[in-house]
Design a protein around this ligand. Structure first.
Ligand SMILES: Cc1cc2nc3c(=O)[nH]c(=O)nc-3n(C[C@H](O)[C@H](O)[C@H](O)COP(=O)(O)O)c2cc1C
Length: 190
């Protein structure tokens, strides 16, 4: 079971990326979580423009998403929205459809008490339009994140660590169910 983790923050000291790294450590046996390549490598989305210099980065990103059993997003909020770099990345997946029926979970984190709720709602809505299988049971909004992650990117809040663990397990379960259903349609026995 492989979960691709995509952070909406480009900051080296990002709390959102720290949550995804912590999730990789807390994941149950048999669940591997890896971070996607930086979204900053992707060119700006233009419909139909697949011959531009950034095309290899787009192809590599699409392949990472295609190969994942499930995708875990964690996003900050800028001016009440998800960061443009994350929306841009998702726009590249619209025509190629890698997220179609893919189990996904939306996490968001912010130093404010809101837990980046507007970005969370916007990202969830976009993923629904793309017909990803949004897993509500694996969703998380983390408010006041600055007091819950230390300078080394470690989770210092026990309740948060437990929430991450539960959410990852829910997403992994969704990924396993989807895999089993797919294998049944293909006549594959495990
Ligand atoms: C230009 C700008 C706009 C922001 N707007 C919001 C916002 O609307 N809501 C919010 O909760 N935080 C907002 N923030 C704070 C971000 O949530 C904060 O920078 C956060 O740490 C970014 O996540 P990261 O640690 O993963 O990089 C804003 C920050 C900046 C620089």
């Amino acid at each position: 079971m492989h979960i691709l983790a995509i952070s909406g923050s480009l900051r080296a000291a990002s709390s959102n990326t720290a949550l995804l790294r912590a999730a990789a450590v807390l994941a149950p046996v048999g669940v591997v979580i890896s971070l996607s390549t930086s979204l900053a490598e992707l060119p700006y989305f233009q419909p139909g423009n697949y011959d531009e210099p950034g095309a290899p980065a787009v192809a590599a990103f699409r392949e990472q998403v295609r190969r994942a059993d499930a995708v875990l997003f964690c996003t900050p909020e800028y001016v009440f929205s998800m960061p443009g770099v994350l929306k841009n990345a998702l726009e590249w997946l619209v025509p190629s459809g890698e997220l179609y029926h893919k189990p996904v979970a939306v996490w968001s984190a912010s130093p404010s008490t809101t837990g980046a709720d507007q970005a969370h709602a916007g990202l969830t809505a976009m993923l629904r339009v793309m017909e990803a299988a949004v897993n509500e049971g694996a969703a998380l909004q983390v408010g006041q994140v600055s007091g819950k992650v230390n300078a080394q990117g470690e989770i210092t809040d026990k309740e948060l660590a437990e929430s991450l663990r539960t959410a990852v397990a829910a997403l992994a379960q969704a990924g396993n169910t989807t895999n089993s259903a797919y294998q049944a349609t293909q006549g594959i026995q495990t």
